[in-house]
Design a binder for this molecule. Sequence first.
Ligand code: 3HC
Ligand code: NAI
Length: 694
Amino acid sequence: MTEINPVTDLSRDGNVAIVTLNSPPVNALSANVRDGLATAFQQAKADPEVKAIVLICDGRTFIAGADISEFGGQMKGASLFDVQKEIEESPVPVVAAIHGTALGGGLEVALCAHYRVAVPSAKCGLPEVNIGLLPGAGGTQRLPRIAGVEKALEMVTSGQHVPAKQCLDMGLVDELAPEGKLKETAVAFARKCIAENKPLRKVRDNNDKLQAAKGHPEIFANFRKANARKFRGFKAPEANIQCIEAAVNSASFEEGQQAERKLFMELMMGDQSAAQRYAFFAERQANKIPDVPDDTPTIPIRKVGVIGAGTMGGGISMNFANAGIPVTVVEMKQDALDRGLKVVRGNYERSAKGGRFTMDDVEKRMGLLTGSLNLEDLKDCDLVIEAVFERMDIKKDVFARLDGVVKQGAILATNTSYLNVDEIASATKRPEYVIGLHFFSPANVMRLLEIVRGEKTSKEVIATSMKLAKTIGKVAVLVGVCPGFVGNRMLAQRTREANALVLEGAMPWDVDRVLYDFGFPMGPFAMGDLAGLDIGWVKENSRSSTIREVLCEMDRRGQKTGAGFYDYDENRNAKPSPVTEKVIADFRAKQGINPRTISDEEILERCLYPMINEGAKILEEKKAIRSSDIDTVWLNGYGWPVYRGGPMFYGDRVGLDKVLAKMTEFQGRMGDAFKPSALLEKLVADGRKFADVK
Ligand code: 3HC
Ligand code: NAI
């Protein structure tokens, strides 16, 4: 065995050379890895005894892509193209041995090998689109040559990780190795290549599948049309499509690759990819809690209790059943319990009908859910999550009773959206075991989990909650106790301004359009109609004091009643409503407001800058650990467009001096709701950004 460099070894098994990479955590193609690979292949090829070469990785995965942290900086050492050339031009066959994931540049390296062997648990993909890029090392040119144009379009624009069996079916992988026997199988495959004198198959030379798509531009037109909604606002999907088009229409592989290179560089230098790369690292950074080290002990969670089978309780329970963890759901009355479990079953059956899993899986998951009307049934749970009505007196009563029932050492969590977790914890004799686990609706779908750390919450409980979030596939962000925590606290700013803008002269559809065009999936008024304008509305107490109240009083309670801010047709298509327009006009007249024309620019600034300012207050009060945590909340829980990186990243991009100047102007015009935060003022004075706050 020769150590080529600290991350690359070269060894021999008879006449097969084995190049082994070991660059934790994911064997990303950093300068060291590229150098090691280039040198190892050169040395292997220079050895006259070597008749085939196997490329394999140690650790949890094959190469998971280029090293994203190097992007935007000066590249050092061998280029990825140098490495690919060493492999593809090798005079002896090269076999890539894949386990874990072969992603991005990793798959692009494997596509230069003459053959590929993988274990069944392995996955291959070109996920660059998720960081605003395209596979820039020939991936868009080689993949359609193996998988065909349609499949390649799907893979590069979705970034999906394709299981090895499917890769085998599409020819991306040549042989499956038994689990745990990858090296032996790859070496045996290499020996077979030698014995049978198998050709040095180069993906780049295989044009058959491209021929099939030549002269059929409708393939691309149809694909664009079918995905227009999904790709809205993003630059990378279109660039990926153009690259596959180039693969089909170029006179040569080189010409196609040049087109790929040009588009790759444009994306790489652009704002969107910078924002998406930031979001990738922000999400991972959120797992790092300065005073809760990685080796903090955790509590095994084998059984979960959920109290309340309403909108949230049902969805929360599904997360655990999906992960194979049994859940006991407690309700007050049998009919509420039955209703809740029926909704869960309906959700599962819909997924099964959509092909996401089988009806057998539905039964398996339902089998993990046990309904009960008795809190006592939660006594041996390791974690209980309360999702009852949003009222402090009820929550305190539930927690006091739980404290008497549930075994010591178990975690007692609340799903409250706004209430003070410390006050809830004070109803128990074990506040160190109380925490907020704030799921978002629909709780089985939304990725965000705000984990709310109480004053006394123990590190063990925090570490367990962070780990548990991973188990159930959530993105966790640790936040502190304050009304609405991070997400809803900032949302309240936007809601206030959206309503104020309508009073001053904008129409709900103007506000919605501006925010939609910014990249949100929908604006606040369309969202209100979808959720139901009557959430929290009580008919008896309604005094026509807001436009929303007036609409509810008219039974315009949103989509479910066919009308809200908008009018809806039978297919739930929204159109601006003359009725709402009149309601607004009357309301303004009653308040003596003379409407004015409001520019789109003002709508955007009024909706977003107060949010950014509130984010600054949250940071200042240390309710979030870092500004990127705030962005992670907004990206995963509130539909902030990922290509704009989150509100704090956006603030840094716009320029904090500009945000401050506008907030000061608004404060002068409209009062202290716009008072700039001290942190914002200080950062501007010091010429620093949110990202610099450590
Ligand atoms: N570059 C740099 N660091 C990376 C990385 C990459 N490509 N992929 C993962 N990492 C880091 C993460 O930041 C994390 O670091 P941390 O422990 O310090 O937080 C660590 O590796 C482990 O990552 P995860 O926590 O995400 O581990 P998982 O096991 O959950 O997931 C994974 C592993 C599926 C490989 C996931 O990390 C992933 O999807 N990585 C990105 C893959 C990707 O986008 N590849 C394409 C890169 S662009 C490219 O190749 C361009 C080329 O076409 C020219
Ligand atoms: P919901 O009204 O749909 O469900 C609450 C359920 O709790 C009802 O089925 C009720 O019968 C049951 N319940 C009430 N008291 C109980 C008790 N003492 N014991 C057992 N069951 C009891 O309410 P929803 O929307 O599910 O909200 C629950 C909690 O989740 C609230 O704290 C809310 O703020 C929070 N939340 C709600 C979100 C949403 O979008 N709906 C989002 C995030 C959090």
